[in-house]
Design a binder for this molecule. Structure first.
Ligand code: SF4
Ligand code: SF4
Length: 356
């Protein structure tokens, strides 16, 4: 028995676009929504994602199409005019045109702690229904991930995906792989289905409709150096990775640090700052802590630190930030990064020494 799609485009498709950052689980959400269509809703569906290096912190888009079971899906192109647009992190709206194709019949779901009017202004949303859900807070409370909460909200917003069907597909897919996390994941889905603020906006002339345009990267298959390998170490050091965190940060306890450097060699994003100084009475490069601008919150450094000089902290815990983080001698303000952009490079000393 198939569900009735509420509205489709002229090709008979109901379309969803997810805008996210690597690490927040949008790719998996798209796969789950695709499977849900075929296995639970009696529809035909397709899903694919578009992303760059698969590195945590890089932009990700995932697309889902539904249609009647007896119809073929013979296109495999990005969703340009989404019925549902899921924005997994509100800070995506800065450089990336996430609102492209959103019209009066679209539903936009945003992971945010802010209210709809504020979010509409931030996103410059032309029209449509805006749903705001604090998926990050819920995911921390339920020990799940933001994508589960977003899936619950997507189900509710669709009007044709029941909570029961969404729970079934979550059990079937990730429940088997990660049984210990199932209860938290289901709780996240349920709260996503129930806890949100929504508001409808007409095209009132406040913001303009944004056309969908394909991203044009500077580097592609035909001009990337040596088969796509980036020969410049540290080419991503200017990236602001704060948006890819899922609520947790490493907290540095300087008094416990033995300057072993393991955090620095483990961190994939060169977050730890070592400056010339003195350690145990001798000249040394001294760890003064993480530069959070580049930290994506993977917490590998916390695992590797042999003396618990790094501990897991909640990003939203004001107390932690005021007592540990803001008191640190961070050098973020003194650092000068080139704004090289997502597909560009930063000149580094190592590059110069390699004579590239
Ligand atoms: S959590 Fe630690 S290892 Fe991960 S990016 Fe941040 S500083 Fe680096
Ligand atoms: S791993 Fe721990 S002890 Fe070693 S330098 Fe990093 S913070 Fe200090």
């Amino acid at each position: 028995m198939s569900v009735q799609l509420p509205k489709t485009n002229k090709y008979g498709f109901y379309e969803i676009r997810l805008e996210s950052i690597g690490g927040l689980g949008a790719n998996l959400s798209g796969k789950i929504l695709g499977e849900l269509g075929v296995l639970k809703l009696g529809l035909n569906s397709s899903n694919f994602a578009s992303y760059g290096s698969e590195k945590r912190g890089t932009p990700v888009k995932s697309y889902v199409r539904y249609c009647k079971a007896d119809q073929e899906i013979n296109i495999n192109s990005p969703v340009e005019r989404p019925h549902i647009l899921g924005i997994f992190h509100e800070r995506l709206s800065g450089k990336i045109p996430v609102m492209a194709g959103v019209g009066e019949d679209s539903v936009v779901i945003v992971n945010t702690s802010k209210d709809p009017d504020t979010v509409r202004d931030n996103l410059k949303m032309y029209a449509g229904k805006l749903i705001c859900i604090d998926a990050l807070k819920i995911s921390i409370e339920e020990k799940t991930r933001t994508n589960m909460v977003m899936l619950g909200a997507i189900a509710k917003a669709s009007g044709f995906i029941s909570l029961e069907k969404m729970e079934e597909v979550v059990k079937d897919t990730i429940g088997k792989k990660y049984p210990a996390a199932l209860e938290g994941n289901l709780a996240g889905v349920r709260r996503g289905y129930a806890e949100f603020q929504e508001k409808e906006y007409k095209a009132d002339g406040q913001y303009e409709y944004q056309d969908y345009k394909e991203d044009k990267r500077e580097w592609g298959w035909d001009n990337a150096p040596i088969g796509g390998i980036n020969p410049v170490p540290g080419s991503t050091v200017d990236n602001d990775l704060t948006a890819s965190r899922e609520g947790y940060v490493p907290i540095f306890h300087k008094d416990k640090c033995i300057n072993c450097g393991l955090c620095d060699s483990t961190c994939p994003d060169m977050v730890y700052q070592f400056v010339p100084g003195e350690f145990r009475g001798k000249p040394a490069m001294v760890n003064i802590g993480p530069d959070y601008h580049h930290c994506k919150g993977c917490l590998r450094c916390v695992e590797i630190c042999p003396v618990k000089a790094l501990t897991e902290g909640l990003e939203r815990d004001e107390d932690i930030w005021s007592t540990h983080v803001r008191n640190q001698d961070l050098i973020v303000d003194k650092m000068e990064f080139e704004d090289a952009g997502a597909s560009s490079i930063v000149t580094t000393e190592s590059e110069e020494s390699l004579d590239i």
